[in-house]
Design a protein around this ligand. Structure first.
Ligand code: NAP
Ligand code: 3JN
Length: 341
């Protein structure tokens, strides 16, 4: 996307894992920036961060941080978004928020640019656009062309989520447990309720009364909002696995009309943001280790479900910090800059 006007950009949570990826993504995509303001907590005020070969000093985020800012990219957690995003919007910035704070607010659009870019227009009421949860985003990229072609009745999805989704401390916990295991030492844990090394935890975020976790219900509710269709049945199981970057998903769908595996492959080949990686005969399928650092959502193992009439199975992998968070936010900012400012 070629943008003509330079924007004043604030990154709220610039010292974090997602904030750092936002800076890298702005640089990789040549986003035209006039002024860059890096915001974090008082703990980081004065710290220096590099961007495009220049040093920037991190400032403490306050309600006064947003004067003159065109677009504010938030990834400082939901409570900070609730506290500071309205002030940023009131100061005239368009906020793109990575947290769950506003996702289900009916006045705030929830956007995956390849899927529902038209929803961005609704930002004008509150000045805020929400980025979906990482597990929802990659599923939407893969399912959108199928939804448009034949409709989707039901989605059964199991996620295999990388520890980077829980932040830098979780990466450190996995690495130290691996080292301790190799050294024959006792394994301790603090980020997760159980050992994550050599293990799979069917537990992401807290459990709700209905037996699902919050992470799983985010996938249900966000899918309905993004597809503007509350009739799709969605049943997720979210699992944390000992992978550092890249969420994988096993997705089974029941479509409204019959579609063949060959037709789905053709749709994925043409879908924006998706890449078909599907040559099982050559042992080629999407892998988390190959997705790290990539912008595309990779889709493979596409096959007809042999247990029902209109079913498709697929394996979908994306970099959870990029397409699942930072890249999706920067793509929204690109549309805002090109079409609305
Ligand atoms: P992180 O590495 O822990 O970074 C948190 C950032 O928030 C840091 O820059 C931190 O600054 C800043 N922060 C904390 N308290 C603050 C305050 N009072 N005022 C201003 N800044 C403050 O976490 P992360 O992994 O980058 O994730 C950050 C958030 O992004 C998550 O909480 C979540 O809401 C969102 N997220 C979304 C997805 C998704 O699925 N779309 C995925 C991952 C994360 P200091 O360094 O000064 O503490
Ligand atoms: O666990 C993952 O893989 C994704 C984590 C997302 C996350 C982590 C902390 C707080 C979120 C989110 O984006 O839903 C939040 C939050 O904003 O609620």
């Amino acid at each position: 996307m070629t943008l003509s006007k330079k924007m004043n950009i604030a990154v709220a949570g610039a010292t974090g894992a997602v904030g750092g990826a936002m800076l890298q993504t702005l640089a990789r995509r040549d986003f035209p920036i006039a002024e860059l303001r890096l915001l974090a907590s008082s703990r980081s005020a004065g710290k220096k961060l590099a961007f495009r070969g220049r040093e920037y000093i991190v400032q403490e985020m306050t309600n006064e941080s947003f004067a003159g800012i065109d677009i504010a990219l938030f990834s400082a957690g939901a409570s900070r978004s609730l506290e500071f995003a309205p002030a940023a919007a009131a100061a005239g910035a368009v906020v793109v928020d990575n947290s769950s704070a506003f996702r289900m607010d009916p006045e705030i659009p929830l956007v995956v640019p390849e899927v529902n870019p038209h929803a961005i227009a609704q930002y004008k009421k509150r000045g805020i656009i929400a980025n979906p949860n990482c597990s929802t985003i990659q599923m939407m990229v893969a399912l959108k062309p199928i939804y448009d072609q034949v409709g989707i009745k039901r989605i059964v999805v199991s996620t295999y989520q990388a520890v980077s989704g829980s932040g830098a401390l979780a990466i450190a916990e996995l690495e130290s447990q691996m080292r301790d295991w190799a050294a024959g030492k006792e394994i301790s844990h603090s980020v997760y309720p159980h050992q994550i090394a050599f293990n799979c935890l069917p537990h992401i975020d807290s459990f709700l009364k209905n037996g699902y976790t919050k992470e799983e219900m985010k996938m249900v509710n966000e899918t309905h909002k993004i597809f503007e269709d509350d009739n799709i049945a969605v049943s997720p199981t979210a699992v944390r696995v000992p992978v550092i970057y890249g969420h994988s998903e096993s997705i089974n769908i029941e479509t409204r009309e019959k579609i063949s595996a060959a037709e789905v492959k053709e749709l994925i080949r043409q879908a924006p943001g998706a890449r078909l990686v599907d040559e099982p005969e050559n042992m080629v399928y999407p892998l988390a280790v190959d997705c790290a650092g990539e912008f595309d959502t990779m889709v493979g193992r596409i096959r007809e479900d042999n247990s029902i009439a209109n079913g498709i199975n697929m394996w979908v992998v994306a970099d959870n910090i990029l397409k699942g968070a930072a890249l999706n936010a920067v793509q929204i900012a690109e549309v805002v800059a090109a079409d609305y400012l």
